[in-house]
Design a binder for this molecule. Structure first.
Ligand SMILES: *Cc1c(COP(=O)(O)O)cnc(C)c1O
Length: 432
């Protein structure tokens, strides 16, 4: 492949055409469609380590990493071996299994705030269930969420702020009844005053405040420690629960996730992505007295045909076990820090900032790194989007939207990252 050349994409184009006839937009999750960045989405045939290979035979260094789960990279040999062995023993039983206990025990042992945990099949389900148990436990209905935080696609959290800075939510999707989001209060991030006001006015009705461990679905909006501490103390004061949505940050920021990073104990934590070792897994857990509200012990109903699926649990446990001595986290952090420093140095005098934490980074084409959604500059997002396609042609697979963060896996190497930094810099400096 020559530098700056355009790749052959005829097979992806053909498959997109066929898929569009039978799948809305040709995709099973909207960002995959490349709507924001243009061009044909690449149909991937296989993946290995840090690379994706598409149906036209092109190879890409993967910075999307399936949106977060792939902390070990693609097709990690140990995970694959464990999964193959389990598949041969049956793929679902609809009974309790030892492997569920093992994964639950691993998480409970590593995450201070989690005394009991239950597995589901996606992050969306985890959040939906955590919110239900929080409402059941407190007997209250109001949920406070933050603008720019994504918690999956359950109806009552698909809410955006109404007019005004802090309001009851309005549906952010057609098909969600206004009544469903009317119990969701939406606040901007990084604003102590509005948080306090919200609690003064509604505190005794708030079942829970939900926040992403580190907001990473709408840029990477790293919050100040004092702000998170205040969230913890206000929820405590008013008898509301604090839910950390750690679907991205859980076992990505380290074994203790964002809770350990900020040094706080939320009442409930939701997980997904990394804990499934690339299989569809979610989980929610926390204080035993809250979790014991769940059926069959208590009155809060929650269930799932494939919850705790043995193949998925096996993939998750094989992944987490490899992470347990901390060496992979240390290497990932060092590698990411060097890569980000390299990018920053190369991009001096260019209006682009790089936010990063652990093995997550985000390219912000603006002068200052934002801490709230309203500070993300739309022209910067458009600049990112315009660089996506040329970088794809250079074999760099960035997430196909400027609002999405990038991930580095244990399969990435210093050499791969150095080359990527060079290609990204060249493209960013090029005018189009
Ligand atoms: C991805 C994500 C979800 C939703 O998880 P799915 O598995 O896609 O349903 C929820 N919360 C956060 C913070 C996420 O990043």
């Amino acid at each position: 492949m020559k530098e700056g050349g355009t790749m052959k994409t005829s097979k992806s184009e053909k498959l997109m055409e066929l898929s569009q006839a039978v799948i809305p937009g040709g995709v099973n999750s909207p960002v995959r469609s490349f709507k924001a960045v243009g061009g044909v989405p690449r149909f991937v045939e296989r993946a290995e380590g840090a690379y994706l290979f598409d149906v036209d035979g092109n190879r890409y260094l993967d910075f999307c990493c399936s949106w977060g789960p792939l902390i070990l990279g693609h097709a990690d040999a140990d995970v694959v071996r464990a999964v193959k062995e389990q598949v041969g023993k049956g793929m679902t039983y609809g009974t309790a299994t030892e492997i569920e206990y093992r994964l639950a025990d691993f998480i409970v042992s590593n995450v201070a705030a989690v005394e009991k945990i239950r597995f589901v099949s996606s992050g969306t389900e985890a959040v939906m269930s955590a919110v239900r148990v929080a409402r059941g436990f407190t007997g209250r209905e109001l949920i406070v969420k933050f603008e720019g935080c994504y918690h999956g696609h359950c109806d009552h959290l698909l809410a955006k702020a109404g007019s005004g800075l802090a309001t009851f939510g309005q549906p952010s999707s057609v098909g969600v009844p206004g009544a469903t989001t009317s119990n969701t209060f939406v606040l901007p991030l990084d604003n102590e005053q509005l948080l306090e006001e919200c609690f003064k006015q509604h505190g005794d009705k708030v079942a829970a405040v939900i926040i992403e461990g580190v907001p990473a679905n709408n840029g990477l909006l790293i919050q100040r420690q004092e702000y998170i501490r205040m969230l913890r103390s206000l929820t405590e004061k008013y008898g509301a629960l604090l839910i950390f949505d750690e679907v991205i940050t859980g076992f990505r920021l380290g074994l203790g996730g964002a809770a350990a990073y900020y040094g706080i104990e939320p009442d409930l934590i939701t997980f997904g992505k990394v804990i499934g070792g690339s299989m569809p897994v979610g989980a929610f857990g926390g204080r035993a007295d809250i979790m014991e509200m769940l059926s069959p012990l208590g009155p809060v109903y929650q269930a799932g045909t494939l919850s705790g699926n043995p193949v998925a649990m096996t993939a998750g446990l094989a992944t987490l076990r490899k992470l347990s001595d901390g060496q992979i986290y240390r290497r990932l952090e060092e590698m990411t820090a060097r890569f980000v420093a390299d990018l920053k140095q190369r991009l001096e005098n260019v209006p682009v900032r790089v936010a990063s934490i652990a093995s997550i980074f985000w390219l912000a084409f603006q002068q200052e790194l934002p801490r709230s959604a309203d500070r993300i500059e739309r022209p910067g997002i458009e600049t990112y989007n315009s660089k996506h396609r040329p970088l794809l042609d250079e074999g760099i697979y960035l997430p196909p939207s400027g609002y999405e963060v990038c991930f580095i896996s244990a399969a990435h190497t210093e050499e791969m990252l150095a080359e990527a930094a060079r290609k990204i810099t060249n493209e960013v400096r090029r005018r189009r």
